[in-house]
Design a binder for this molecule. Structure first.
Ligand SMILES: NC(=O)c1ccc[n+]([C@@H]2O[C@H](COP(=O)([O-])OP(=O)(O)OC[C@H]3O[C@@H](n4cnc5c(N)ncnc54)[C@H](O)[C@@H]3O)[C@@H](O)[C@H]2O)c1
Ligand SMILES: [Zn+2]
Length: 356
């Protein structure tokens, strides 16, 4: 098993990455020293695959786990579901010393993280991500929260987990489309900060999709190391952490105008990354060969790379303007310089759509 640390002083925590390491959940939680009574929060889909192994591991380590199961789906990442989680935590007798284990993808992780940050003014949280997106992105960095009818992730808190345990074996049951969407974020890390990782993906993307065990551990570990270092340098996104938004300005715009139904997040980000590379090229910041490398590796994964014609223009500009990260009309847009290097440019939504 590999270990990467998120360096945050007294709140420093490990990310464990391995193949088959779910069985070590109880041991790791035992090392953390929390109360025996604790809860596993998961959803109906993930429970069918991994709840039992997680409970066995916890019980073997002496824990008395309660289980809280939520329905599957982003539409349940809301205040009503959070309230039901609080109800069940109280009924289960979870005390301040207890921990919450988030077993699932980013939806379970965000909800559980926020429940842990607020229940009894804060109990320990452990992330056990089971989607590729959650393993390389959402489980790390302490952004927790729920959606509001007026927008995604509008309510939440920065609250770091005590550790993250990513078992790449869980990816074997993930629907292929979800795996591929997660790969968009993996490729993003290569593009923004790790040229050798990008080259490795260019070389072996088919093996990653075929779930080559050793390669997956290596790729997930490297992505976790990148996210960890960015979060360590800028926990609350006052500066550098915004580099992680590469491809997300256009990506979020596309998700928003298609009502979050047509594309998975990673698919929209794939389109957004090619768009960001093209904008960078138009601004003279990067060359055409780098744009083509980004487009080509995404396309080989089976990810979309073009903004559909009907979504171009004013509708997309309006959606980007409404994004909570746009301030006073100018967006802090992440541009590509070369593979592995980026820079921020203040751009208007109109500039961005003009260059697509
Ligand atoms: N906190 C952050 O920093 C951060 C970052 C990025 C995204 N997010 C959030 O993450 C969420 C998306 O996360 P996601 O992509 O993991 O989606 P998700 O949690 O909805 O999971 C995708 C689907 O895969 C299923 N699933 C999960 N693990 C499985 C497994 N091992 N086998 C079979 N099926 C499995 C889920 O039940 C679900 O149907 C969004 O709500 C987004 O806002 C948060
Ligand atoms: Zn993303």
């Amino acid at each position: 098993m590999e270990v990467v640390h998120v360096e945050l002083g007294a709140r420093r925590y490990p990310i464990y990455v391995g193949a088959g390491c779910l069985s070590e959940l109880g041991t790791r939680l035992g090392e953390m020293g929390c109360g025996v009574r604790m809860a596993v929060v998961t959803n109906s889909t993930v429970a069918g695959h991994y709840l039992e192994p997680a409970l066995v591991s916890l019980r073997r380590a002496g824990f008395d786990p309660a289980t809280i199961q939520i329905p599957d789906g982003e539409e349940h990442k809301n205040l009503a579901m959070l309230s039901r989680i609080y109800d069940q935590l109280i009924e289960a007798g979870i005390e301040r010393s207890g921990a919450l284990v988030a077993l699932g993808g980013g939806v379970v992780g965000d909800l559980t993280g926020f429940a842990a940050a607020t229940y009894l003014r804060g109990v320990a949280c452990v992330q056990v991500p089971t989607t590729l997106l959650a393993q390389v992105d959402s489980s790390i960095g302490g952004k927790t929260g729920v959606n509001h009818v007026l927008g995604k992730n509008l309510i939440g808190a920065f609250s770091q987990p005590r550790f993250v345990l990513a078992d790449v074996e869980t990816l074997r049951t993930l629907p292929p489309r979800e795996l591929t969407a997660g790969l968009a974020e993996v490729i993003k890390y290569g593009v923004i900060l790790d040229a050798p990782l990008f080259a490795l993906l260019e070389d072996r993307i088919a093996d990653v999709q075929a779930l080559d065990r050793e390669l997956l551990v290596e790729v997930v570990r490297r992505c976790c190391a990148i996210k960890a270092s960015v979060v360590s340098a800028d926990e609350t996104e006052s500066g550098l952490r915004a580099v992680l938004n590469f491809g997300h300005t256009v990506g979020h715009g596309i998700e928003s105008i298609t009502g979050y139904t047509r594309y998975l997040h990673g698919e929209a980000v794939a389109i957004g990354m090619v768009a960001a590379a093209r904008v960078s090229r138009q601004l003279g910041l990067c060359g055409e060969p780098d744009v083509e490398r980004v487009r080509s590796v995404l396309a080989r994964c089976g990810l979309p790379t073009e903004v559909p014609a009907e979504l171009r223009g004013e509708a997309l500009a309006r959606a980007m303007r409404a994004d909570k990260k746009a301030r006073a009309g100018a967006i802090k847009f992440v541009c590509l310089e070369t593979i592995g290097t980026t820079r921020f440019e203040r751009l208007s939504p109109e500039d961005i759509v003009k260059y697509l």
